[in-house]
Design a protein around this ligand. Sequence first.
Ligand SMILES: [Zn+2]
Length: 139
Amino acid sequence: MTIIFSHALVRKMWAHVKQGLPEECCGFLLGETNEMQYVKKAIRAKNVAKTSRETKFVIDPREFMKVEKMAKSAKLDIIGIYHSHPNGRAEPSKFDLEVAWPSYSYIILSVLHSKPFKLLSWVLNEDRRGFNPEEVVVL
Ligand SMILES: [Zn+2]
């Protein structure tokens, strides 16, 4: 499926990515899905990985529940999770694969030399052994 962002939302995510350096940052994407996915809101989450926050991220399940409620009351769904790869490729890591959930879009923002480099979106395969790329449109 195609995932659609506004320029403002993309800027908001990059600002979060920069603030989080050198660690990975992460957050939720709320929006609506019909024949495409429209992202309406980006909500920051805390990276609670106990170690190696430069190369992985973990979101507290309680934060997940909180944002799920928030989404429901705004009549939106959590449609994806974004996170950064400081000095890494915009492709899912082995760890990302291990912890990924089906049906969510995984947006990865890669940073090179502290500068925004690439933004790609990925969806877990049905066999959960890998990701498929997803078209990203910024309007
Ligand atoms: Zn990752």
